[in-house]
Design a protein around this ligand. Structure first.
Ligand SMILES: Cc1cc2nc3c(=O)[nH]c(=O)nc-3n(C[C@H](O)[C@H](O)[C@H](O)COP(=O)(O)OP(=O)(O)OC[C@H]3O[C@@H](n4cnc5c(N)ncnc54)[C@H](O)[C@@H]3O)c2cc1C
Length: 448
């Protein structure tokens, strides 16, 4: 049903349509939409949604397009609502420790603004410098600090949402507690643009930690590193950051950066503790893992923290330098991390594909990255890589985990999400979706 869209706010220049066609997932079905509107106010979003509802036009909300599930990818005939121009931080309320923002604010910009008041916006996806708050809310994004601070949903107090028919609703409240009515904030958070367009948010801010300790430990193999994760959990310490990196990824970082990480051990853990007791908590972490580690280093110094976190920060760029990365996102119970990584190594060898694993170990969240040689970003995923991905999803479910811990279902993981959720839950979700969007114009073909 391709064609042009006749609305004064909609543009259809080829370049604009091409940019709005895909997110960062490499999902192969993405096509340029019919038009793109970049509203600058809630009123403009309302007007566009009323028009789309009247004409039955599919609408795909879009933040920065950094999504990894094909959720913001264009479909034929659709209108893409690019919310990146609605990027004002409306208020930082220091007394109440909250922020009111428009959806297009870049996540790191909010954190920087909060920082000027001694506060922090805690969720920090790896894309913190490029993704938007609206996209983070729509995907319920996680991040490095998730081990202690949770995911985006834990920091959203209220939302302004434009529904499919153009009705503007305010859900939630600006108080820390409140239980009147169903928790629609939690429902919309993570709904991937299928229940409404987020046009405003009240977000919780936290005091910036007074102290941070960073710990880096190498292990003979991933099994020992995973055992250390369990030891940290048992110790009573609660690091803000607890990241794991496998040997293949360490070797890739060495190749890009000239480091010698892969010679020092078979796996790396990086942890951070923060707050008034950061140092004491770091000592507890070090004591818990020292009998399992080949080497442990820790520091309270900020410059050292950058050095100790360096490997984690360079993991994805190192893999991008090797080829085209297919970024997967499973979670398993933390006690099964080693089983998961060892099974992924077997899958890599049996399918003859390169798979690298790093992730947020504190959450049991692993990112197995299948790197293919295909240079063209829109070339089909090679069959062996797709088989490996499918086997990784099956493995996650077998181990009692999930096929997506933080990136979302989008268009890329629909079938696997249905398998994880089961027919009854999928049917219930579809009834909820129909209650919000009876005509079915919001992000059709995405999620379940
Ligand atoms: C290098 C890199 C690192 C990453 N690291 C992480 C990570 O650590 N953790 C993590 O969770 N993700 C990570 N991601 C994935 C991605 O950045 C997140 O999913 C992010 O939340 C998407 O934000 P966005 O603004 O780019 O949204 P988009 O990609 O534009 O959209 C994502 C989804 O949200 C919907 N949407 C966007 N804005 C709105 C809105 N205002 N209202 C309603 N629906 C909307 C879209 O329709 C789509 O379904 C990473 C991606 C990259 C490229």
């Amino acid at each position: 049903m391709s064609g042009t869209i006749a609305h004064p706010l909609v543009r259809a220049e080829q370049e604009r349509l091409r940019t709005a066609a895909a997110d960062r997932s490499g999902w192969p079905g993405a096509v340029p939409p019919a038009g793109v509107a970049a509203p600058t106010s809630v009123e403009e979003v309302v007007s566009l949604m009323r028009w789309a509802h009247r004409t039955g036009t599919a609408v795909i909300a879009r933040g920065a397009g950094t999504g990894l599930a094909g959720g913001a990818s264009g479909i034929d005939g659709a209108l893409v609502l690019d919310l990146s121009r609605m990027k004002r931080i409306l208020e930082i309320d220091v007394e109440e420790q909250l922020a009111r923002v428009e959806p297009g604010v870049i996540t790191a910009d909010l954190d920087a603004a909060a920082s000027a008041h001694g506060l922090r916006y805690a969720p920090d996806p790896g894309s913190v410098g490029i993704s938007t708050i609206g996209g983070n809310i729509a995907t319920n994004a996680g991040g490095l600090r998730g081990a202690k601070y949770g995911v985006t949903r834990d920091h959203v107090l209220a939302l302004d949402v434009v529904l499919a028919d153009g009705t503007l609703v305010h859900v939630g409240r600006d108080t820390i507690k409140g239980v009147a009515g169903y928790d629609l904030v939690a429902l919309v958070t993570g709904s991937e643009g299928t229940l409404g367009v987020v046009v405003g948010a009240t977000l919780r801010l936290l005091p910036r930690p007074v102290r941070t300790a960073t710990i880096s430990a190498t292990f003979v193999d991933i099994g020992a590193a995973a055992a250390a994760v369990s030891a940290i959990t048992r110790s009573g310490a609660r690091p803000a950051v607890l990241e794991i990196i496998d040997h293949a990824t360490l070797a890739a970082i060495d190749a890009l950066e000239g480091t010698v990480l892969s010679a020092q051990g078979g796996a790396l853990l990086v942890a951070q503790t923060d707050g008034f007791g950061a140092e004491e908590e770091a000592r507890v972490v070090v004591a818990a893992i020292s009998s399992l580690a080949a080497a442990v280093e820790w520091s309270m110094d900020e410059a050292d923290a950058d050095r100790l976190l360096f490997a984690r920060r360079r993991a994805l760029p190192a893999l991008e330098a090797l080829g085209r990365p297919l970024i997967e996102d499973i979670a398993v119970p933390r006690g099964r991390l080693a089983t998961a990584v060892q099974a992924i190594e077997r899958i890599a060898s049996e399918e003859q594909v390169r798979i690298f694993v790093f992730g947020h170990a504190g959450d049991g969240n692993l990112h197995p990255i299948i790197v293919t040689d295909t240079a063209a970003p829109d070339a089909p995923v090679p069959p062996a890589a797709q088989r490996a991905a499918d086997r990784i999803f099956a493995l996650a479910l077998e181990l009692g985990g999930t096929i997506t811990a933080e990136h979302g279902v989008g268009r890329a993981k629909r079938l696997w999400a249905e398998r994880e959720l089961g027919a009854e839950v999928v049917a219930l979700q579809r009834r909820i979706r129909a209650a919000f969007d009876p005509v079915g114009i919001l992000n059709p073909g995405s999620t379940t």
